[in-house]
Design a protein around this ligand. Structure first.
Ligand code: GDP
Length: 439
């Protein structure tokens, strides 16, 4: 995400590196580069101009105040301005009400239904009793899709497959919620491929009927400037409360995140970074600015780890290590925990300094596939007692998993090295404090 923009900005900052002082000339050149980088990343031209003018004024104003390298100072200023551009601070959604109603609007394919499932999952984890309402009556598969997602995250779905009146279904869903002690109703609505009058009228009517506590506009960030225009049209009609940016895991240039806030003056509240139900994040402008500038986003990384982290399992694995019995079943369980944290490449992009280095490296969940295949081709006994896996067993495992004997040997070697390191760490009694503290 945002790779092009961070690379270009990086180059712009390098121009300033080594220059002892900020001057009119070097700032003007760098600011021009920054503006170009923003426009190339699909940021609205007017927005890019306003923000870079501010950056220039700030940089010139502070030149005598701070004795840091001009490059660093400029990074700081750009970081501050990008943060402001994206709204400054986190804005959470409002789910107060009896029940609270969250209306989901946007074009077809923007990711509304997927996001509805994710939001239900997110709110359920906060111990709220959630109901999903299927009001997309045009796309035939939409109701089924929502039902599948509801089942996946353990949230009830209200649907009337025979009814073709979205307003009625939405009203009935609220009645159902009241009667069944549901605290939040998420209303998934119909979208069209492009903005059209009938769709707009329908969603306006649904909005009037259900009086939502929160209306969220879902937009595909890959659509660049179009995303901004669509946002504007929807906002004129619906006066929505917040924006959800989806598909930020894809090859997006990031311009939408940077422009939407200033064009419609509504906060981005959530971002969506994948098809899994866990791939939803609150939108922190400051963290996003850090990510754009390749400064990493350690806070989000830690939060993701905490969410995916199963304490009981960690305790069990820790005991296995101490007893010197860490085996392939434990290894598989750890891989599962890593995968639960979401898209691997996205995680990597949150580590400071690494995102630029890794931008051409292909890593995704598939990277684990051969490893998992190898482990799953082992017998139960072999997984529990890795030492018994000799040459002929390795050959059988390679065949069974569709990998090569070298791949199996590599995995065995890495696994044995890892066990050795774990043994040394637990013998020394030092090592991983976090693990040791979990008793
Ligand atoms: P709707 O028509 O607005 O309800 O859109 P859907 O929820 O059906 O999403 C359209 C497509 O985009 C589906 O294939 C989803 O799996 C996919 N999708 C939704 N959100 C994301 C996301 O954050 N990242 C990626 N990569 N795909 C997404």
């Amino acid at each position: 995400m945002f790779e092009n923009l961070s690379t270009t900005l990086d180059r712009a900052f390098k121009t300033l590196k080594g220059q002892g002082r900020i001057t009119d000339i070097n700032v003007a050149a760098t600011v021009k580069e920054i503006r170009k980088a923003l426009v190339d990343a699909d940021v609205n031209y007017k927005v890019a101009k306003t923000v870079t003018d501010k950056i220039r004024d700030e940089a010139m104003g502070r030149k005598v105040l701070i004795a840091v390298e001009p490059g660093q100072l400029l990074v700081k200023i750009v970081h501050e301005e990008l943060t402001q551009l994206m709204g400054g601070r986190l804005q959470d959604i409002n789910v107060k009400g009896e029940p609270a109603v969250v209306l989901i609007a946007g074009l077809q394919g923007s990711g509304k239904t997927t996001f509805s499932g994710k939001l239900a999952n997110y709110l359920k984890k906060q111990n709220r009793n959630v109901l999903l309402a299927a009001c997309d009556i045009y796309r035939p598969a939409a109701i089924d899709q929502l039902k599948v997602l509801g089942q996946q995250v353990g949230v009830d779905v209200y649907a009337e497959p025979e009814n073709k009146n979205a307003v009625q279904i939405a009203r009935n869903a609220i009645q159902f919620a009241k009667a069944n002690n549901k605290k939040v109703v998420i209303v998934d609505t119909a979208g069209r491929l492009a903005v059209d009058e009938q769709m707009m009228r329908e969603i306006e009517e649904v909005k009037k009927a259900v009086q939502p506590t929160e209306t969220l506009f879902v937009v595909d960030s890959m659509t660049g400037q179009d995303a901004v225009n669509t946002a504007k049209t929807f906002n004129d009609r619906l006066n929505f409360d917040g924006v959800v940016l989806t598909k930020l895991d894809g090859d997006t240039r990031g311009g939408a995140a940077l422009s939407i806030r200033s064009v419609v003056d509504k906060p981005i509240k959530f971002i969506s970074t994948g098809e899994k139900m866990e791939a939803i994040d609150l939108f922190y402008p400051e963290r996003m600015a850090s990510r754009i500038l390749g400064m990493g986003d350690v806070l989000s990384l830690v939060e993701k780890a905490q969410q995916a982290f199963d304490e009981d399992e960690a305790r069990r694995i820790n005991q296995q290590i101490r007893k010197n019995q860490f085996n392939f079943d434990d290894f598989l369980s750890q891989l599962d925990q890593i995968k639960k944290m979401g898209n691997i490449k996205d995680l990597v992009s949150m580590i400071p300094g690494v995102s630029n280095m890794m931008k051409d490296v292909e890593i995704d969940d598939d990277a684990f596939t051969p490893i998992e295949a190898i482990i799953k081709s082992m017998t139960k006994k072999e997984r529990a007692n890795p030492d018994m896996i000799d040459g002929s067993r390795r050959q059988r495992i390679a065949k069974g998993s569709g990998t090569s004997i070298q791949q199996v040997n590599n995995l065995m070697k890495q696994f044995n090295d890892m066990r050795k390191m774990m043994r040394t760490m637990s013998k020394m009694g030092t090592g991983n404090e976090a693990l040791r503290n979990i008793k």
